[in-house]
Design a protein around this ligand. Structure first.
Ligand code: NDP
Ligand code: OXD
Length: 272
């Protein structure tokens, strides 16, 4: 069995017939070399510690933008005391692109603060703490009711480049609030980075908190570094914690040995 995180693809040639492969994170895009090996069961981490780290990050990012912290940082530097208007959370619509394990938890946490939350997924959802739309056809209606777009999509063939200028332009169309924000903690490749930069420059997006990029590390000459309406973090939204993850992986391996079902099943052809 192989337990891996962004392993050198040579590993998979050196050990071509593992009984199972475990991703030591939530994402599985690093396992693309195994995409056509339908015979190998692949699992990924579903860990409450990892999920809560993402909840912390997304709650922080949304509140940072919503409570105008960049403005206060600028004012503090200039010793300016100038209280601006502040919207209530209940007037702000948060949209979670990719309301999966992490997105559901983030959405529920934001809802408990008072934000209006909705989500977008691939397959119809029977039950959720907040309204969830599914499928490409439902994307425009989802975006039309979003002021703060939180991207937690995995990188797959379908999601690569999905978040583009049309998506940014469509935000909030239903009841324009004038202020649109973007948070990305999913994968950089799901966003057309040039479109994101243009949207931030034109103030189509008032601000963004970004944890993931194409490529990573973000090159030092990327315009994103110097933008006053952008906060950059170096892919740290939710770090895998060996202390919580390793015992789970061991338990899952033992379950497999006994022929029992293991959660976190991945379909690499689907991409997540
Ligand atoms: P899940 O697999 O539980 O959720 C993924 C969600 O994305 C699902 O709701 C799925 O829909 C949706 N989705 C996938 N493809 C599409 C599509 N084509 N159209 C619409 N919706 C789609 O993953 P997690 O919530 O555990 O993790 C999400 C991602 O977060 C990871 O894949 C990883 O890329 C990223 N991540 C980033 C970290 C960081 O530190 N920045 C840390 C951990 C994860 P459906 O429900 O219908 O299947
Ligand atoms: C993950 C990550 O996918 O850390 O777990 O990005």
């Amino acid at each position: 069995m192989i337990c891996a995180w962004k392993a050198d693809p040579a590993l998979y040639s050196a050990y071509p017939d593992p009984r199972a492969v475990f991703s030591l994170g939530a994402g599985v895009d690093h396992l693309q070399p195994l995409k056509h090996r339908r015979d190998i069961p692949v699992f990924r981490v579903i860990d409450p510690d990892l999920t809560m780290r993402m909840v912390e990050y997304v709650a922080f990012a949304v509140l940072y933008l919503h409570r105008q912290i960049p403005l206060y940082l600028r004012h503090q530097k200039a010793r300016i005391w100038n209280p601006p208007d502040q919207r209530a959370a209940s007037h702000v619509r948060i949209g979670i692109l990719g309301a999966g394990v992490m997105g559901e938890a983030c959405g529920a946490a934001l809802q408990s603060i008072g934000f209006q939350v909705s989500g977008w997924v691939r397959t119809p959802r029977a039950e959720s703490a907040f309204p969830v739309r599914s499928g490409r056809d439902a994307l425009p209606a989802f975006l039309a009711n979003v002021d703060v777009l939180v991207n937690l999509l995995p990188r797959t063939d379908e999601t690569t480049g999905l978040v583009n200028s049309a998506v940014f332009a469509a935000l909030g169309a239903q009841r324009p609030s004038g202020v649109k924000f973007f948070v990305n903690a999913g994968r950089g490749e799901t966003v057309v980075q040039a479109d994101l930069i243009a949207a931030l420059r034109s103030r189509t997006l008032a601000g963004a908190v970004l944890d993931v990029f194409t490529p990573e590390p973000l090159p030092t000459d990327s315009p994103l570094w110097a933008m006053d309406n952008v906060l950059i973090t170096p892919h740290v939204a939710a770090d895998s914690n060996p202390a919580t993850i390793i015992p789970q992986v061991i338990r899952d391996i033992e379950r497999l040995e006994r022929g029992e079902r293991v959660s976190g099943t991945v379909d690499l052809m689907r991409g997540y």
